[in-house]
Design a protein around this ligand. Structure first.
Ligand SMILES: Nc1ncnc2c1ncn2[C@@H]1O[C@H](COP(=O)(O)OP(=O)(O)OP(=O)(O)O)[C@@H](O)[C@H]1O
Length: 309
């Protein structure tokens, strides 16, 4: 559905996209995951031909995307990071206006607008002005405006930023439903939990470059970390730390602010062995956590820094 090859975009001296390559298939919810400033919004702007780029090609539905590719654009729905609605119009009039850019038949549009309002749970607010809506409801209105014309491809740029948990869940559920109804979705976020929850495939990007692509499982299998064990323990001495470091499967150990963090490369019964070691050496400890790898671990291993930074 989308093929992006060697995309380069500069803002003056800054290289925002550095030979970005992406292939997105029909039916996917494709996550673009990267920290702030990694180039997600710029990539979207280029895909939509809203930004000029310096090098590379972008094909959507098998055709080159250009600013006047109206046949392609009418099949795309966009939900941008910043809420863009008209405050002097009602909720319903806003959705009707944006839907009207694609659908001229009034009867057909009425049905689509009703469906979109119902879909985002704003039917009861239809006559209200956007200024009367909470932040979460405003985001839902932004989504209704972008999807009412039932596009084949929906591009969402961080639609849940600064949204309360209830609206966030509603938005994520809505995205899954849109996908079930047949839309392919591109979803950008720096929240790894969201991406993990809804995306069928993910590209991790940093500095305008794709670092890894795959399903969540595939990405986690690319890294050495199989398990991370965290133990609260006070005043561990260097001898203890070096003994733990030599235990089977341990490949990294840190001890900061009385918290011991051990990364292990797979293996079984790691936690039991560690607790036995602490017990045998009369070392008292507080809370203990064992975690399977997250997308943050994938990012950390590839870049050496946290996704949350
Ligand atoms: N109009 C602009 N002029 C100059 N630099 C820009 C412009 N827009 C973005 N940048 C820079 O390009 C880089 C990529 O930014 P971009 O907004 O695409 O990243 P992002 O991953 O979408 O981040 P965020 O989640 O914060 O929106 C950043 O270094 C950013 O400061």
């Amino acid at each position: 559905m989308i093929h992006i090859e060697n995309l380069v975009k500069r803002y003056g001296d800054l290289i925002a996209l550095d030979h970005l390559n992406l292939d997105i298939k029909e039916g996917e919810i494709f996550g673009l995951l990267g920290p702030n400033g990694s180039g997600k919004s710029t990539a979207i702007g280029c895909m939509l031909a809203l930004l000029k780029y310096d090098k590379g090609t972008i094909q959507i539905f098998g055709k080159n995307m250009t600013p006047d590719s109206y046949d392609i654009k009418k099949e795309i729905g966009v939900v941008m990071q910043n809420v863009a609605v008209f405050h002097q119009m009602s909720v319903r009039e806003n959705v009707d206006y944006f839907c009207g850019l694609y659908v001229t038949d009034k009867q057909k549009r009425k049905k689509l607008v009703d469906e979109a309002l119902d879909f985002v749970g704003l039917t009861e607010y239809a006559k209200k002005r956007p200024g009367k809506l909470s932040g979460g409801l405003l985001r839902r209105l932004n989504i209704a405006c972008g999807i009412a014309h039932k596009p084949k491809l929906i591009i969402m740029d961080e639609p849940t930023v600064a949204v309360d948990p209830q609206s966030r869940n509603r938005i994520l559920e809505g995205i899954l439903e849109l996908n079930r109804q047949g839309s392919t979705i591109i979803y950008t976020s720096h929240y790894m939990e969201e991406v993990e929850q809804i995306c069928s495939r993910i590209a991790i990007i940093d500095h305008g470059h794709v670092l890894a692509t795959g399903t969540c499982e595939e990405l986690k299998n690319m890294i050495k970390t199989g398990e991370t064990i965290t133990i609260e323990a006070i005043n561990l001495n260097p001898e203890t730390l070096s003994e733990i470091r030599t235990m089977p499967n341990v490949f990294e150990l840190t001890y900061e602010e009385q918290v011991l963090k051990i990364r292990l490369s797979g293996g079984k019964h790691n936690l039991i062995s560690l607790l036995k070691y602490l017990g045998d050496h009369n070392i008292s400890f507080g809370r203990v956590f064992s975690e399977l790898p997250t997308l943050n671990d994938v990012f950390l291993e590839i870049t050496g820094k946290e996704l949350r930074d």
